[in-house]
Write a protein that binds this ligand. Structure first.
Ligand code: GDP
Ligand code: MG
Ligand code: K
Length: 299
């Protein structure tokens, strides 16, 4: 692939309610926005917006389960949130300069403790405070969480948002333009669904199957009239012996993988799911799919 220095990556904007996450996103995306329609379920990962320029594409991903500390968080949601935080390339931790530290922040700070990706502390609503108040705030948060950059902004007025975008681009690595500049064509649910299937395979097969397997969602189609989502997915392995293990005796293993994955995907989508799984041997899939980071390959 012809990567002429183009950069791209996935960024999660996290922060407790009302710190200004949506305002920031709207400001960043502006007219370029391609927000996915807001679906009723909140318990799902979704792409919130894609920012595209000639130099870079930044895909903002919502991380459900981390915005709502008071909400009862099932293991599932916590896991999804943690998983998402590990899969994005960069995290924007947004705080409210006006209110300062709160309990909701601590919940998030705890979740950020073992995160390896760069974290930016975005101090929003600086229009509401005196400049003297900024430094103590920065010191305080720096003492609680390890952040690479601190960027004070006003999402409402747009102050310093350019700096933030430049810094984000700085940190991103070279990568493809995943989405057309004016449109989102793919759904992050595909990615999560693929990951859930992959997870079930790994759980059920233990060490026999290396982490190098891949799951490709071939088809994911919602039938609105019946509120059903049809999914065809292929589990790609590198050797024939692995294929045998994943299929199992008379297909028993694949059936169990499908059953468990389907339950999780139904929770994710809030719809009934018909899931059909296939297994395919493809020796060098890694090379062929090397650009498809959205499928969860980080190697
Ligand atoms: P979210 O819950 O984190 O998505 O927060 P919202 O984006 O919905 O913002 C919550 C409230 O804060 C709204 O009333 C916004 O207008 C306000 N707000 C957001 N950013 C700023 C800012 O930079 N300055 C001021 N003064 N208000 C802001
Ligand atoms: Mg919001
Ligand atoms: K939000």
């Amino acid at each position: 692939m012809n990567n002429t220095g183009y950069k791209s990556g996935f960024v999660s904007i996290i922060g407790r309610p009302n710190v200004g996450k949506s305002t920031l996103l709207n400001h960043i995306i502006g007219q370029k926005i391609a927000i996915m329609s807001d679906k009723p379920q909140t318990t799902r990962n979704k792409i919130q917006g894609v920012y595209t320029t000639d130099q870079a594409q930044v895909i903002f991903i919502d991380t459900p389960g981390i915005h709502k500390p008071k909400h009862r968080l099932g293991d599932f949601m916590t896991k999804i949130a943690q998983q998402t935080l590990r899969e994005v390339d960069l995290i924007l931790f947004v705080i409210n300069a006006e209110e300062g530290y709160g309990r909701g922040d601590q919940f998030i700070i705890d979740k950020l403790q073992d995160i390896k990706q760069p974290i930016f502390l975005v101090i929003n609503k600086i229009d509401t405070i005196h400049p003297d108040q900024l430094l103590p705030l920065i010191d305080f948060y720096r003492g609680k969480v390890d952040v690479q950059e601190v960027i004070p902004i006003s999402a409402l007025q747009g102050n310093n948002v350019n700096t933030l975008m430049n810094q984000i681009t700085e940190y991103l690595e070279e990568g493809p333009q995943y989405y057309p500049e004016d449109q989102i064509t793919d759904h992050p649910e595909r990615f999560i669904a693929g990951e859930l299937i992959r997870e079930k395979v790994l759980h059920l097969t233990r060490e026999e199957i290396p982490h190098s397997i891949a799951v490709v969602i071939e088809q994911m189609q919602r039938r609105e009239d019946r509120d059903v989502v049809f999914i065809n997915a292929t589990i790609i392995v590198e050797r024939k012996s692995q294929k045998g293990i994943i299929i199992g005796k008379q297909g028993s293993m694949l059936k169990e993988v499908g059953k468990r994955a389907r339950t999780d995907i139904e929770n994710l989508l809030g719809s009934k799911v018909f899931l059909e799984l296939f297994v395919k041997v493809q020796n060098d899939w890694r090379n062929k799919l090397s650009n498809l980071k959205e499928f969860g390959f980080n190697e």
